[in-house]
Write a protein that binds this ligand. Structure first.
Ligand code: LLP
Length: 391
């Protein structure tokens, strides 16, 4: 992000945001598709032979999905809704990896009918359910076992998934039972992969490396019993910076991550898969909102805007600090809590934040909100959902 002639611009092609507000009606999520292409290509280059399955939950916008499909991505989905969205956007069933701890009978049946490429299984009862449903339908399910190695990647507790007290994946001690179950369902289940996802906003990779090494051994052992095993899915979770835009530093972290991954897994002779979400789309989106009031109390100045936790819940939920920038550059600064219209004290974008001085009617952009922004938005207080514009 950068100001050109005092106007805030998004992405490497410096696309101006103010013109989008000419007929402003309500908050707008704006996404720069070329920026997404650039991120995808950078990740693809770094991860070499790995097939990238974009985590649709990060942002299921159809134009974004179409763009990623065109670039060669697959889709990582976690519900029938996301399967349908991926198919509508041009992905084929052969492009879809289906994860999630709570797949219902209906969802599994639909996935089997469609012939989804890979189902990442998260529990023994789910594996049993897939086996019996596939059998009754005369189908063979292609599954990967999502394993949970109980490793801490030092992220916010709400987005860690690879610890033993997380609901995700399966404990390693369960493997003998999983093997038994797979053998008893050998007509209806084909084991094709092992999968891993330790959590989101990973910025340091020692735990990740340890997890890869553990899973690699398991992969080798399992392959002796299941020669159909051929894919290693090492998940998503690579983090981005929210307090600054430093693409070079992020690309150097990406290279470290890729090096660890490719070196650790190089001798496996398997198909590598990844499920990135945030890294591809996070920086490429901004939420534009209009200042309604500057409200001063004896304790604070509140910048009351027309968007809030209903549109971007990350600050309230994870204390995420998104940069907030006026669309027109200001020479002066102000210090304020940036808050929304929702009737909750947790409805804030920032607290005691120094930002460019703005007045009633001005627009500000909550930056880096392309991932887990609109996809987590709600209609709480019956506020309308924001608009979405791709540029
Ligand atoms: N694969 C699986 C199985 C996942 O559960 C997730 C994210 C991903 C891939 C993609 O992770 P990413 O590369 O985007 O970090 N709402 C939170 C993030 C929740 C992530 C959920 N799972 C946030 O706003 O920070």
């Amino acid at each position: 992000m950068e100001y050109v002639n005092n106007e805030l611009c998004l992405g490497p092609l410096k696309k101006a945001l103010l013109p989008l507000c000419a007929n402003y009606m309500r908050p707008i999520y704006v996404y720069d598709l070329d920026f997404i292409s650039q991120r995808y290509q950078a990740m693809k280059r770094a991860l070499g032979p790995t097939r990238l399955f974009y985590a649709v939950k990060a942002n299921p916008n159809v134009e974004i999905l179409q763009r990623l499909k065109r670039l060669g991505a697959g889709a990582d989905v976690v519900s029938l809704g996301e399967i349908k969205r991926a198919l509508e956007s041009g992905f084929s069933v052969q492009d879809i990896v289906y994860s999630g701890v709570g797949k219902t009978r209906h969802e599994i049946t639909e996935a089997l009918k469609l012939g989804i490429y890979q189902i990442n299984v998260e529990s023994l009862p789910e594996l049993e359910r897939i086996g019996s449903l596939a059998k009754s339908m005369g189908k063979k399910a292609s599954v990967a076992l999502r394993l949970n190695p109980d490793i801490d990647i030092k992220t916010h507790p709400y987005i860690a998934t690879g610890l033993k007290d997380n609901k995700f994946g399966m404990e390693l001690s369960l493997i003998p039972e999983l093997v038994k179950c797979l053998k008893s369902h050998e007509d209806s289940i084909e084991l094709v992969g092992v999968s891993l996802h330790l959590g989101s906003m990973m910025m340091e990779f020692s735990g990740y490396k340890e997890a890869l090494q553990i899973l690699k051994k398991i992969y080798v052992d399992l392959q002796k019993q299941f020669p159909t095993l051929k894919r290693f899915d090492f998940g998503g979770g690579l983090g981005i910076f929210y307090d600054r835009l430093d693409l070079e530093l992020e690309e150097s972290l990406l290279r470290d991550y890729a090096k660890i991954t490719l070196e650790t897994l190089s001798d496996l002779n398997c198909e590598l898969q990844s499920e990135p979400g945030r890294w591809l789309v996070g920086h490429c989106g901004a939420l534009i909102t209009q200042v309604q009031y500057i409200k001063k109390t004896s304790a604070k100045t509140f910048l009351v805007v027309d968007s809030g936790m209903n549109h971007l819940i990350r600050p309230s939920l994870y204390e995420a600090d998104h940069l907030i920038l006026p669309l027109v550059k200001s020479q002066e600064n102000m210090k304020a809590d940036v808050v929304g219209p929702i009737c909750e004290s947790s409805d804030f974008f920032a607290k005691d934040r120094t930002l460019g001085k703005v007045s009633e009617g001005d627009f500000v952009a909550v930056m880096d909100s392309g991932a887990y922004g609109y996809s987590m938005a709600s209609v709480y207080n019956l506020q309308e959902l924001p608009l979405e514009i791709c540029i």
